[in-house]
Design a protein around this ligand. Structure first.
Ligand code: AMP
Length: 550
């Protein structure tokens, strides 16, 4: 028969165990750090697989987790899919009714849950019929009373440390992750063995997020969010050391792990890296000398952040992806032609979402259904396809109908593509502000505002407006002790200089915190709902005194 063996996850661990038996997997826990080697990890993974068999999990069944990033959670990453079962990582930050819906939709039979998250899960499960047939395993060493959960160590104890791993087909479902829909119920995305395999291989190319056996990899992005961007698999493929930051790590926890474990590669949303930045500029001395690269994605990496980390010898690698893409789609590496370019040009490119990783194809379609030119100006919706891009939503023909066309995933992201092929996200189709028929990029305004000293976070949303349909309003979280009035004046004057005047927000409002979605993104929906009454922009039109707009 032509062709090779199936594309599955198992060989990645097989190789790491054989070649790097002594390389460590470290985890921050409430009780301190745990340390295991790949050899021990492989044994424990086999024990978990045996325990799942004994419990009655069969090929195709779903096993759920409700956990932060730690070694036991990582054990489920190979232990569950390599038996032929499917790992369903639940996002514990979702509202209760979404959790109930997800557990029911996925038909989860067993949920592995962290002690610190048990109250949240118990709350969602309380009286909910969706949980009637669900059993719980406590990821801590002790029982969780509220859920009648078996301790993990007891669950795997006495099981053999080898397992007869089955030969699986490439299209065997291996993972399941729900993405928060902009409207309605969360949508499930299934990852097959070959999607995860090909995503890992693409990640390992120089155009992806490559790792080596000398690397120390710390995924800060949660393991419940698209498999921590696939990093646990990629790091294993490389034979790298893993460092898991455990329950709700704060900047001080991350700093300690970076310094003490010698972290070289890390990844997370911009908020994480802004947090560390503020921690350091706030007077805490942190040795970042081992840290080569931080992969920043999930939301746009502000230019000011890229420069700040550059100054400290840490490369920010801006990446774009989606749950539907397992998740990596583009990474902002410099092409060889740009390596001699001046710093400003390089940062311009690196601030964009980047170049498509090898293996994927994309097209960008404008409002007239035409493909846009690659000139960095024209924009349209990004569509993408490839071996690790899903082709449908789990059991949701309605959402699948809407989300895909001719085999392309319609990303809902509005982008430009420049002459060199760098993709830049201008907006979500749903977040773009349409003022007087013209589009205003909320992302661009946000980045501009966040570059001002004294601004911790900023988001810009479109608020309904009688004359212009929508007008931008900026919501700013000010740093402590800032003169707010002066800050608003400075921002408004600066924006007026750099942007068309109709782009300048009609109001700058101070808030204590930008509301976040369950995946850590700014929740514009919440702000939009809060300010839907137009009170912020009524009568403020004079600021936008160009009726035709430029
Ligand atoms: P999720 O499926 O929750 O990972 O969300 C995917 C969405 O996050 C994308 O469609 C983008 O709108 C947004 N996103 C991901 N990465 C970036 C990035 N680097 N810059 C801006 N937005 C991003």
């Amino acid at each position: 028969m032509p062709g090779g063996h199936s594309q599955t996850l198992r060989p990645f661990l097989w190789r790491a165990e054989r070649l790097y038996p002594d390389t460590e997997i470290v985890s921050r826990t409430h009780e301190g750090r745990t340390r295991h080697t790949y050899a021990e990890y492989a044994d424990r993974t086999a024990q978990l697989a045996n325990a799942l068999d004994e419990y009655g999990i069969e090929r195709g069944d779903r096993v759920a987790t409700f956990c932060w990033n730690h070694t036991r959670h990582f054990e489920t990453y190979f232990g569950v899919p390599s038996t032929g079962a499917q790992l369903h990582t639940i996002n514990p930050l979702l509202p209760d009714e979404h959790i109930q819906y997800i557990v029911d939709d996925a038909a989860d039979e067993i949920v592995f849950v962290d002690a610190s998250l048990a109250p949240k899960l118990a709350g969602a499960a309380d009286g909910a019929a969706e949980f009637d047939d669900v059993d719980f395993v406590s990821m801590g060493s002790s029982e969780i009373d509220a859920l009648d959960a078996t301790p993990y160590e007891e669950f795997i104890a006495d099981q053999p440390t080898d397992y007869d791993w089955p030969d699986l087909d490439s299209d065997q479902p291996a993972g399941l992750c729900y993405t928060s829909g902009t409207t309605g119920k969360p949508k499930g995305v299934e990852y097959t063995q070959s999607m995860l395999w090909s995503h890992t291989m693409a990640s390992q190319t120089p155009q992806g997020i490559p790792m080596e056996d000398s690397d120390v990899v710390m995924p800060v992005v949660p393991m419940f969010h698209v498999n921590a961007w696939g990093m646990p698999f990629t790091a294993t493929a490389a034979g790298a050391k893993h460092v898991y930051p455990g329950p709700s790590p704060d900047p001080a926890d991350l700093a300690a792990l970076i310094e003490e474990e010698g972290v070289t590669v890390s990844a997370g949303v911009p908020t994480v890296w802004l947090g560390l930045q503020e921690y350091i500029t706030g007077g805490n001395d942190v040795d970042l000398s081992t840290l080569d690269t931080v992969i920043v994605g999930g939301a746009a990496a502000p230019r000011s952040m890229i420069e700040w980390y550059d100054d400290r010898g840490v490369e920010v690698l801006h990446a774009w992806g989606m749950t539907e893409l397992s998740p990596i789609g583009t990474v902002s590496h410099l092409t060889s032609d740009l390596r001699d370019a001046d710093y400003e040009t390089q940062v311009d490119k690196r601030s964009k979402q980047g170049l498509v990783v090898p293996g994927l194809e994309f097209e960008v379609i404008d409002e007239n259904d035409e493909e846009i030119p690659w000139d960095g100006e024209a924009f349209g919706e990004l569509r993408i396809r490839g071996p690790w891009v899903t082709q449908e939503y789990f059991a949701r023909p309605d959402a699948s109908e809407e989300g895909f066309e001719d085999g392309w995933l319609k990303t809902g992201d509005v982008v430009t593509v420049d002459e060199d092929g760098y993709i830049q996200l201008v907006d979500r189709t749903k977040d773009v502000i349409k003022s007087g028929g013209e589009w205003i990029s909320s992302v661009e305004l946000e980045n501009a505002i966040m570059a001002y000293d004294g601004v911790s976070e900023a988001t810009v949303v479109g608020v309904p407006h009688e004359r212009w349909q929508e007008r931008p309003v900026a919501f700013v979280v000010a740093a402590d002790g800032v003169d707010r009035e002066a800050l608003v004046e400075e921002i408004e004057a600066g924006l007026r200089e750099d942007y068309p005047k109709w782009w300048v927000p009609d109001a700058v409002e101070f808030i204590d915190e930008v509301p976040k979605t369950a995946t850590g993104k700014f929740s514009k929906k919440d702000l939009r709902e809060q300010y839907a009454d137009q009170s912020l922009v009524e009568g403020s039109v004079p600021k936008n005194d160009a009726p035709e707009q430029e």
